[in-house]
Design a protein around this ligand. Structure first.
Ligand code: NAG
Length: 451
């Protein structure tokens, strides 16, 4: 079979020949005729040839940057990136310089009354004097805009004042953000400002030994710990499931702070922090105790026993229809997503996740029928508990009253999120405990308001 290239060169030869023969005396018109005849011939010929290789002829239009350290091109990029990062690193204050700032602040501050309290503060003159007295590197941080944005005195008569504590906290936080950004950038191998799952995995793995409360972790468990950390980041910061998170988005989210707080939480708030070893083991142990068959995966029957909620069979059924499962069994990753969605029901990411499961007709909305589909189970469960279940009409009316909709009786995902009550509505449909809590809340309010 003639390949594209040889065919093309054949055409070129014919055209060349015809041009030559035209110069030999034939009229230009006949050469044009020849050309169109050839074009037509080739066109007919190609048209009739069954082209089996057409799919292989589509040129590659996307080339992945493969980190191959033998490749000179890649090594050059690496080198350049390394130099840029170390140049940025040199501009970030170290702990000694932060101490230097603290000392300077003490020298230039004076006391002033804020409301009822006396606080250390700076005038702009004091700030400038301090700036002049500091090293060049520190000066880069003490810009006039920083002073202007931190002014906090309410007294309009006197000079503008900035509290020493505000300024110091601002600088410490800024330095922390810069350091973290740099640390994360080291794992961004492609240098596009995004972290993919394996990049973040590596970051967390290397972070673990630096945090006391995590360093002692059982090496066997490490894999599961990393997985639970990664899931939370991707669940909330990668709603479109692109498999990557923008570094600046990570820095701006409270998750990064929560992760860093693991260093400080020795005891008290550790359960509320998803990233502590304790919380992560808690979720993992739930998973293990649900897995009665000990096959490392959860079946529908096993998931129904989830102890932190009273999920309805219809909901669990839908979870297995919508989520990625293996032979109708759920793995740890999906379980983590589900736990995250159930524990943070009011977050947009969770509502989106649960909405997809609730929308069993794939119509992009919750309607009366959807509510009925899910409420049946709740009603049965309440009857089993000898609790009077409200009528379907009441529940429907209640839910449609909670969410402002464009079309009455037709709740879209956007409207559910915007209502600010998305978590409550979703809870009412899928979890008997949430339903009872809501009913109970109503009764309590009535008791409180009645004299
Ligand atoms: C701070 O500046 C004010 C003028 O704005 C000046 O009176 C005061 O002495 C300065 N304080 C210090 C500690 O330099």
């Amino acid at each position: 079979m003639i390949t594209c290239k040889t065919a093309l060169s054949l055409v070129m030869v014919f055209i060349f020949n015809s041009v030559v023969s035209a110069q030999d005396g034939d009229s230009a018109e006949s050469s044009t005729a020849l050309e169109s005849r050839l074009t037509r011939d080739y066109y007919e010929k190609w048209k009739n040839t069954p082209d089996v290789t057409s799919s292989t002829q589509v040129p590659t239009f996307y080339r992945r940057v493969t980190p191959n350290d033998q490749d000179l091109h890649f090594r050059l990029i690496e080198e350049a990136r390394g130099m840029t990062l170390s140049r940025i690193n040199a501009r970030i204050l170290d702990n000694d310089e932060i101490q230097e700032i603290w000392n300077l602040l003490q020298q230039h501050a004076r006391n002033a009354i804020f409301g009822t309290e006396e606080k250390q503060c700076l005038t702009y003159q004091n700030y400038s004097a301090m700036r002049r007295a500091s090293s060049l590197k520190v000066q880069a941080y003490l810009r006039p805009t920083v002073f202007l944005s931190l002014i906090s005195n309410t007294d309009t008569e006197g000079p503008d004042l900035v509290k020493v504590a505000d300024l110091f906290n601002f600088l410490v936080r800024k330095v922390w953000l810069e350091r973290t950004r740099l640390a994360l950038s080291l794992y961004d191998l492609e240098g596009h400002g995004y972290l993919k799952e394996p990049d973040l995995e590596q970051y967390i793995e290397e972070l673990i030994p630096t945090i006391d409360t995590l360093a002692s972790m059982d090496p066997e468990y490490k894999k599961f710990y990393v997985c639970s950390v990664i899931r939370k980041f991707f669940f909330f910061l990668d709603p479109g499931k692109q498999g990557k998170i923008k570094i600046t988005k990570m820095l701006g989210s409270p998750l990064m702070q929560e992760l860093m707080d693991v260093r400080e939480t020795a005891d008290k708030s550790s359960k509320s922090n998803w990233f502590t070893l304790e919380s992560s083991l808690d979720v993992y142990n739930d998973y293990l105790s649900l897995d009665k068959k000990r096959n490392g995966l959860l079946s529908r029957e096993e998931l129904l026993q989830y102890p932190k909620a009273s999920l309805t069979p219809t909901f669990v059924q839908r979870v297995y229809e919508e989520c990625l499962t293996y032979n109708d069994e759920m793995d740890y990753k999906t379980f983590l997503d589900l736990v995250l969605a159930l524990t943070h029901k009011n977050e947009a990411a969770s509502i989106r996740f649960l909405f997809r499961i609730i929308d069993y007709k794939h119509q992009g909305a919750i309607d009366r029928q959807t509510i009925y589909h899910f409420f049946r189970d709740i009603s049965k469960m309440l009857q089993a508990d000898k609790v009077m279940a409200p009528s379907l009409n009441d529940v429907v009316a209640e839910i449609f009253d909670m969410v402002a909709t464009k079309d009455y009786g037709w709740i879209t995902l956007g409207e559910l999120v915007a209502s600010g009550l998305g978590g409550t509505v979703v809870g009412l449909l899928i979890d008997k405990d949430c339903f009872l809590a809501y009913e109970f809340r109503e009764q309590q309010q009535q008791q409180n308001s009645s004299p």
